[in-house]
Design a protein around this ligand. Structure first.
Ligand code: F6R
Length: 616
């Protein structure tokens, strides 16, 4: 949440910063602002609304700088999303400018203290206290911005990334982090700071990870990192394995449309290199030994939103293949219920961004209880995998659209790999059984491609439903979390009432919602796998249809038994029951995306949302 950019170097800082913000806008789009240093003064501009408003203001009233620049795109927490509350915030003498991601929890006490000393506050934000504090700490330290930043951080409670620049040292940007993301980009004679590498990938692919409670001093030709006491710390450098084109729309009107189409590649890349020549599954990067995994007695999956739905599906596969009890819990609830964890518990934390604060806090709690934590994550070097005992990276590439699509499918692939690997190391299945499922998994990119080739009727259907108020989703077994994912996509993109139910639960109350013409999407399990399940859901379809529902049925090709009860039949390829979510989710994604577009919504930046949710 909130995107932050910092730059020091010979290029026009304003341009570098604004272009960086454009690549981070998915992190928040309530307002945007920049500060550059020029002619011995701070030049700032900030505007409520999307980055386009800031760009327009800068065209009308250009500002320029000659060295350092910082920028921010906001997801509002404290104070309405207006021009005044937009970042950067400056001190009363306009000597420092600061941008912030996170929440300063003790801001009220600090504000009172600063007001008593005569500071004049202009905004309602928590961030502004950091600007005034920084200025006063600088005054006490002869204008030493890094030392002042370290002193400020020690006084702040909560989660924050802060990036600041000052007229006293125009070739310097200083940043600090605690529980909020920040990464350095190393260039030739120039350096960058950002919430994620997308902001500087057009300039450099060399990045530096920053740990918790660290301060970085960025100059054109140097990067120095210390802890809050000023002690130098070792940093981890890495090469980003994707380039700028991966974070561009590539001819599509929206990132989401491109990311849906990228799914076969994303799934294939996630499966790539996981099987040795002798057919053994190998998850080397995971950092958990076979002995560790053999001692696991219980699995708890924690995640939020779409990642949570991936976890719900994983439970079916893991329990079926490994016979290990598996619980799945929304991360924001997990640590408040006093969960029972010990060294024999494996906690799997699923997070695309690796930065969701709810999941991060749950990971920390689990580790405090001595459980081992394995992360499934899409962003290299992000906080959750860094703080976990092991990690399995999905290789979906950058996902810019706020709604998760390709990363969901790759999370499923990663969950299946973990389930099969656990079965392998625990000797629970014969090698050839595991190989059969691996071979089936390997065909999934092709199956995904096939589904994508048949979704035009889904688009037409979505457009025809643009004026509908409510859509219900039903599923059984792994189809239930798929139905939940379909409903979530529709809520977040089309802003309409969408709700998912376990199909068998309908008769216990929700069936009262069914009225004439109400669209009900039903995910039907394969008739080949578990025929009992299939037959039960066919009855459920008839029950809602008898009450006037318009049934939109997603079923395996060749499943003729559902045709008589389907007002619209969407066919998907026949795949094994447990793997069906990889194909059945796609029509849901396309449906929600197209319906939202028909309503005129921005599917990349749905209202009120942000991609990486770094507050609790
Ligand atoms: C929905 C969506 C969110 C995220 C959730 C968790 O399309 O994208 O529900 O899935 O905020 O985010 P990560 O996976 O980054 O922890």
């Amino acid at each position: 949440m909130c995107g932050i950019v910092g730059y020091v170097g010979p290029q026009p800082a304003l341009e570098v910063v604004v272009n960086g913000l454009a690549r981070l806008e998915y992190r928040g789009y309530d307002s945007a602002g920049v500060a550059v240093l020029g002619g011995g003064s701070l030049r700032t501009e900030k505007r409520a609304g999307k980055l386009a408003n800031l760009r327009k203001a800068l065209e009308e009233r250009p500002i320029s700088g000659d060295g350092a620049g910082i920028g921010h795109t906001r997801w509002a927490t404290h104070g309405a999303p207006n021009d005044v509350n937009a970042h950067p915030h400056v001190d009363n003498d306009r000597r420092v400018a600061i941008v912030h991601n996170g929440i300063i929890e003790n801001f009220a006490a600090l504000r009172m203290e600063l007001e008593e000393k005569g500071c004049k506050f202009l905004s309602e934000t928590d961030t502004e206290v950091a600007a005034h504090l920084l200025s006063s700490e600088m005054a006490e330290r002869g204008g030493d911005l890094p030392a002042a930043m370290r002193a400020v951080c020690k006084r702040l409670e909560g989660a924050f990334t802060l990036v600041a620049t000052s007229v006293d040292d125009p070739g310097l940007v200083v940043a600090a982090r605690r529980n909020s993301p920040l990464v350095v980009g190393r260039g030739e004679g120039e350096n960058f700071l950002a919430s994620d590498v997308a902001a500087f990938i057009a300039h450099t692919r060399e990045a530096v990870e920053l740990g918790q409670d660290q301060v970085v001093e960025l100059r054109a030709d140097s990067v120095a990192v210390t802890d809050y006491d000023g002690n130098p710390v070792e940093v981890n450098e890495y090469h980003v394995d994707w380039d700028a084109s991966a974070a561009e729309k590539g001819g599509y009107d929206y990132f989401m449309l491109k990311e849906i189409v990228e799914q076969p590649r994303a799934v294939a890349d996630t499966l790539l290199g996981r099987v040795t020549v002798d057919g053994q599954l190998t998850l080397d990067e995971m950092r958990l030994s076979p002995e560790d995994l053999r001692s696991v007695e219980k699995i708890v999956i924690i995640a939020c939103g779409t990642s949570y739905h991936a976890g719900l599906i994983a439970k079916y596969a893991i329990e079926h293949w490994c016979r290990i009890p598996c619980e799945v819990e929304v991360a924001s609830e997990f640590r408040y219920r006093d969960p029972i964890l010990d060294q024999q518990t494996l906690v799997i934390a699923i997070s695309q961004s690796g930065e969701s604060m709810d999941t991060l806090m749950a990971v920390r709690y689990a580790r405090e209880q001595r459980a081992r934590v394995l992360a499934i994550c899409n962003v290299n070097g992000s906080t959750i995998p860094r703080e976990s005992d092991g990690v399995l990276y999905t290789h979906a590439g950058p996902e810019v659209g706020v709604a998760a699509t390709k990363t969901f499918l790759t999370q499923l692939a990663a969950c299946y790999l973990i389930g099969l690997y656990l079965a392998q190391v625990r000797g629970l299945k014969f090698g050839d059984e595991i190989n059969t499922v691996i071979a089936q998994l390997a065909t999934m990119p092709e199956q995904v491609e096939r589904v994508l080739g048949t979704v035009e009727p889904v688009r037409e259907l979505a457009r025809s439903l643009a004026d509908t108020d409510t859509v219900l989703f039903l599923g059984r077994h792994v189809g239930y979390p798929v139905a939940m994912e379909g409903a979530l996509k529709l809520k977040e993109l089309a802003y309409m009432h969408a709700e998912a139910f376990a199909a068998g639960e309908l008769k216990h109350g929700p069936i009262a919602l069914i009225e004439d013409g109400l669209p009900v999407v039903v995910v039907v399990p394969s008739p080949r796998g578990r025929s009992v399940l299939h037959d039960k859901i066919v009855s459920n379809i008839q029950e809602v249809r008898a009450r006037g529902a318009r049934t939109i049925v997603i079923a395996e090709e060749g499943d003729e038994s559902v045709r008589p009860y389907s007002d619209v039949l969407i066919e998907i390829p026949a795949v094994p029951t447990l793997l069906q979510p990889i194909v059945s989710t796609i029509p849901m994604q396309v449906f929600a995306c197209e319906l939202a577009l028909a309503k005129g919504n921005d599917v990349d930046q749905p209202r009120n949302l942000a991609k990486s949710v770094t507050v609790e």
